[in-house]
Design a protein around this ligand. Structure first.
Ligand SMILES: NC(=O)c1ccc[n+]([C@@H]2O[C@H](COP(=O)([O-])OP(=O)(O)OC[C@H]3O[C@@H](n4cnc5c(N)ncnc54)[C@H](OP(=O)(O)O)[C@@H]3O)[C@@H](O)[C@H]2O)c1
Length: 335
């Protein structure tokens, strides 16, 4: 077996909800192996390891990153801790795939990128929307002008969050709030399809602890396209994204987990026959598998960032979140 055909060996840092989803999908990705898991509690690491057949269970993150079998660490802790945990991994010589949002602020994100460069390791935000085959197809087709000129984009993501105030979703100390947890997806979708926003405006309803429960965003994009975007922790949003152009309307039902998208052409006589669009490659699992496959490909090719989720794109989005947080009056301790 050559070095480039060896499986990429993953270690998962933290055993919360997304760590489970990622582990399930990782099993479906050829050329990868889940070799270790680390948790603050040994019992939790053991349980996780038993569930996914993971050879090494570590009772601390320090032990996980020190594991010589681990090549890339998937950071699945709350956002406020991503920088600290990615730093641990880089200092131990590991590559990093870090959950979204990469960090609480652009300044923290720049520090994480700096650490990746300093240690000459691969770093990718786990922005799986950008690696999703259906979204990739849409981006390519929209950029090629296949659906006409984009004018109005709409994208929203939300679900009712019933958790205690100390949960990471509501707790300011852990980076709680709808914008960072959910709003980053519609913003990323708009960025991928329309380019970098030239103007963003946000309004929000805040919780008693000062984090945003609901946020509504409007944006202006290159070429004159406008976008309306939303994120909610209080209500069940449609999760739909759409893009209206001079030739018709592109619709993505559940743009968070799309199976397909469709373009409905329009003229004076009304709607024409819809065109159904799927990805060029299959969706692996829930779509987290495609992000793992992309990271593994990059690591085996010796890349230090993914062309699908480049550092500058992640930092641009983090800057947009900073700007919107300032507008809606949400700040986090130390960020
Ligand atoms: N890509 C996606 O679709 C997606 C979906 C959901 C979440 N996420 C992202 O993934 C990250 C984790 O989200 P999650 O929903 O998995 O959260 P979660 O269920 O609350 O799990 C977070 C885990 O982080 C670890 N942790 C370390 N220090 C902690 C602390 N002080 N308080 C709480 N937990 C701590 C814990 O694992 P141990 O006890 O094992 O140490 C905990 O189980 C977030 O950044 C989120 O934005 C991404």
């Amino acid at each position: 077996m050559t070095a480039s055909s060896r499986p990429v060996r993953w270690g998962i840092l933290a055993t919360g909800k997304i760590a489970h989803s990622f582990a399930r999908d990782l099993r479906l990705v050829p050329g990868t192996e889940l070799v270790a898991v680390g948790s603050r509690r040994e019992e939790s690491a053991r349980r996780f390891a038993a569930e996914y057949d993971v050879p090494h269970a570590h009772g601390s993150y320090a032990d996980l990153v020190a594991d010589p079998d681990v090549e890339v660490v998937y950071v699945a802790s709350p956002h406020a801790l991503h920088l600290e945990h990615a730093r641990l991994a880089f200092e131990a010589g590991k590559h990093v795939v870090c959950e979204k949002p990469l960090t609480l602020s652009r300044a923290e994100g720049e520090e994480m990128v700096r650490l990746a460069h300093e240690h000459d390791r691969f770093l990718m935000e786990a922005m799986w929307t950008a690696t999703h085959p259906v979204v990739r197809r849409l981006v390519a087709e929209v950029h090629a002008g296949r659906f006409g000129t984009p004018h109005q984009l709409h994208a929203e993501l939300g679900f009712r969050v019933d958790v205690p105030p100390q949960d990471r979703m509501l707790n300011p100390d852990l980076g709680g709030g709808a914008l960072l947890d959910m709003g980053v997806y519609p913003l990323t979708f708009a960025h991928l399809l329309l380019g970098e926003a030239t103007e963003l405006r946000g309004v929000a309803t805040l919780s008693p602890a000062g984090i945003d429960l609901d946020v509504a965003i409007t944006g202006r994009y290159p070429g004159g396209a406008l976008a309306t975007m939303g994120a909610s922790m209080t209500s069940w949003s449609s999760r739909t994204a759409s893009l209206a152009t001079d030739l018709g309307r592109l619709v993505v039902e559940d743009f968070h987990h799309p199976a397909t998208a469709r373009f409905v052409p329009y003229d004076e006589d009304g709607p024409g026959e819809p065109v159904v669009l799927s990805g060029a490659e299959p969706v692996i699992g829930r779509g987290y598998g495609n992000e793992a496959a992309e990271a593994a490909r990059c690591i085996r090719e010796g890349l230090r960032e993914s062309p699908l989720v480049p550092h500058h794109q992640t930092l641009t989005l983090l800057g947009q979140l900073d700007d919107l947080r300032a507008q809606i009056g949400v700040s986090y301790p130390g960020a």
